[in-house]
Design a protein around this ligand. Structure first.
Ligand code: K7E
Ligand code: CUA
Ligand code: CA
Length: 646
């Protein structure tokens, strides 16, 4: 695209949808009896700044950074959620190329996730051996930390539908554990701790915190359905290594998105249903909701001291984090800070000082100073709301915030279809009474209706302020139409200068929510498995063959391009068959597949990997088990003949 083709934003056709969305959303809001500050934000606006809707600065001078030459590698990994595709995705940035999808919550035909016994064990099965769940909704992914930066060990991702947390090993980019959380519904926010709150030697992630966006009667067995005061939500701590649930904290309202402090002492969640409403209108009846702070050291002391209870069939210890039980700051486990109406994301600034809660139904961002929250817990601050050091207007529908490590915050404005760049210190000065403090630095139109945003290394101590990605929920006219279902737009913005510069649109399959962007050298992958990692590995091709114990039959197979060993095997109708396949190739990228026609079996084995499948030989005949993954000039001939005798 040459520069002449870049249309100024005003000249772009058909912004009607955007207007419609804004109008509809605002009508909806006012219909619910809300008073939202609808006036455009003029206060604290940088006069020299580009007015809203101004043409984007030229993308031309930045284009060379984005369009990699053939063979050139990206400089960042992007770890993406897949939304209700239920997967975890890996993108290269700045190119935006999708490199991989890691199956976790839902079956995946490429690798045989949900087909192999190994993946089924991770996913969880019912008594009859079938998968417990085949749908998922992944929203938030975060990676393990060491010394305030990513250490490349793990990433975690949530499943909102079925309340599961999956762990992804970042050496092999595979899911190795999934845990279902008890006593919750609508598991949404997720955030690893960044260090231990008590032991300074533990400067890395050992816990993962999980929110529950919805509240439910506890135990949820059909009682208290119409008693909203009996509905509760939980903040859950999962052990980063064992993936067991360590404990839960019962709270009023709900527990939505999460963030953690750099000192390990606090975790925060935004809460939009302080009202404890079970109807839509009730959840929006109050002018202010909460940002809840969890005092991790105190909670763990209470768990240790046995000040816990359990719910239903779950054995997980639960401590009481409700408002009524936490009025004395010196013993409180949690603090409820009041923030405006139905807040969305909460994000921790890379300097470790502030948490920022976006207003959503209020056009504001609230800046909360962590040291003041800790002062309240120490009895040195009489009112925890005094930890709010700024509450400033930034635009309509603020959702999520990213950071550049230079003191600026970048917040998505869903209703305005904009990114706003604002300076945190200047906002604090403005809030303190300096009306001349211009905290809004820049605004940029995005396409359209942005939800999540993140900057390179944003929520780490190594935020580098180079790239910002904005996850736009609507792409409408940005890509060739493919019918009613549109791609989403992940827009890439250069934030290395004062002004944000939009440099690329990347289409993504619906519908990712959150993502993180980390420097490529923080991840060290292994390209070949170690055979010993698999207990079932068939280490010697001489050990292959059919092993029968009555009706139970084990078939041991190895693969080495371009042949399977054995090249045929015989079964009897009605056998309960387990096929174990070990790939003996050691060459990077030399993967084989194993497909059995009519038996609904297909999976792959990567170099030195072992996988197994179990099925009933219920159809007689000849079945050519063939390699699905193009591996060799004789790939098409790479088969093993399965004979099921009638
Ligand atoms: Cu992270 Cu989309 Cu689940 Cu905000 S939520 S957009
Ligand atoms: Cu092995 Cu194709
Ligand atoms: Ca509310």
């Amino acid at each position: 695209m040459n520069q002449d083709d870049i249309k100024p934003l005003e000249a772009q056709p058909d912004l009607g949808r955007r207007k419609f969305l804004n109008t509809a959303a605002l009508v909806g809001l006012s219909g619910a009896g809300l008073s939202v500050g609808l006036s455009a934000c003029k206060k604290g606006e940088e006069t020299a700044g580009a007015p809203a809707g101004a043409p984007a600065a030229s993308a031309d001078s930045h284009a060379s950074n984005v369009h990699l030459k053939p063979g050139e590698l990206d400089t960042y990994y992007g770890l993406w959620s897949g939304g209700h595709t239920g997967d975890f995705r890996v993108l290269g940035l700045p190119s935006g190329r999708e490199l991989h999808r890691v199956p976790c919550m839902v079956p995946d035909a490429l690798v045989g996730w949900g087909i192999t016994n190994e993946s089924k064990k991770i996913m969880g099965t019912k008594a009859d051996g079938s998968l417990k769940y085949t749908v998922g909704d992944t929203h938030h992914t975060h990676a393990s930390y060491k010394d305030g930066n990513y250490d490349g060990r793990y990433a975690w991702i949530n499943d909102k539908i079925n309340g599961r947390i999956a762990r992804i090993r970042l050496d092999y980019f595979v899911c190795d554990k999934i845990t279902e959380l008890p006593n919750i519904q609508g598991f949404h926010g997720i955030f690893p701790d960044k260090r231990d709150p008590v032991d300074p030697a533990i400067n890395y992630t050992t816990r993962v915190f999980c929110g529950s966006e919805f509240h439910i009667p506890l135990p949820n067995k059909g009682q208290d359905i119409d008693s909203p005061e009996k509905y509760r939500a939980m903040f859950t701590c999962v052990d980063a290594e064992s993936m067991e649930v360590r404990y839960q904290v019962l709270i009023d309202g709900n527990c939505d998105l999460l963030a953690t402090s750099y000192d390990g002492k606090l975790a925060a969640c935004n809460q939009y249903n302080t009202e404890n409403g079970i109807h839509y209108e009730d959840m929006m009846s109050a002018e202010r909701d909460s940002c809840i702070f969890f005092n991790i050291a105190r909670i763990e002391e209470a768990v240790k001291a046995g000040k816990t209870r359990t719910f239903g069939d779950s054995k997980v210890p639960v401590v009481d984090g409700t408002r009524a039980a936490n009025t004395d700051p010196t013993t409180a486990l949690v603090a409820y800070v009041s923030v405006p109406k139905n807040p969305h994301g909460v994000n921790a600034s890379p300097d470790g000082k502030y948490f920022i809660c976006a207003g959503k139904l209020s056009p504001t961002a609230t800046v909360i100073e962590l040291s003041k929250v800790l002062d309240w817990f120490d009895g040195k601050l009489d009112n925890v709301d005094k930890s709010i050091v700024a509450e400033v207007e930034i635009g309509l529908g603020p959702l999520h915030t990213a950071f550049d490590g230079r003191g600026n915050a970048y917040t998505t404005l869903f209703l305005d279809s904009q990114m706003v760049k604002w300076n945190i210190d200047a906002a604090i000065k403005f809030h303190a009474g300096d009306a001349n403090s211009k905290y809004v630095v820049d605004r940029l139109d995005v396409h359209y209706q942005p939800g999540h945003t993140n900057a390179s290394q944003s929520e780490t101590a190594a935020a580098d302020g180079k790239w910002l990605v904005v996850g736009c929920k609507f792409s409408k006219d940005r890509f060739l139409p493919v019918g009613p279902l549109h791609a989403e737009t992940e827009q890439l913005i250069d934030i290395s200068g004062d002004k944000m510069v939009l440099v690329a649109d990347h289409p993504v399959r619906p519908e990712p929510h959150d993502f993180i962007i980390m420097k490529r050298d923080l991840i060290r992958t292994k390209q070949v498995y170690e055979m010993d990692e698999f207990p079932l590995a068939i280490k010697d091709p001489k050990d292959t063959g059919v092993f029968r114990e009555g009706k139970k039959v084990t078939v041991k197979i190895t693969s080495q391009a371009p042949a399977f060993s054995p090249r045929e095997f015989r079964l009897k109708l009605g056998d309960e068959v387990t096929i174990i396949l070990t790939n003996h190739d050691k060459v990077e990228d030399l993967t084989h597949g194993f497909a059995i026609p009519k038996y609904n079996v297909n999976f792959i084995v990567n170099p030195q990997e072992t996988a197994s499948v179990t099925f009933k030989a219920d159809k007689p005949g000849v079945f050519w088990c063939y390699c699905t993954h193009f591996c060799h000039a004789l790939h098409l001939e790479m088969r093993s003949r399965m004979i099921v005798e009638a």
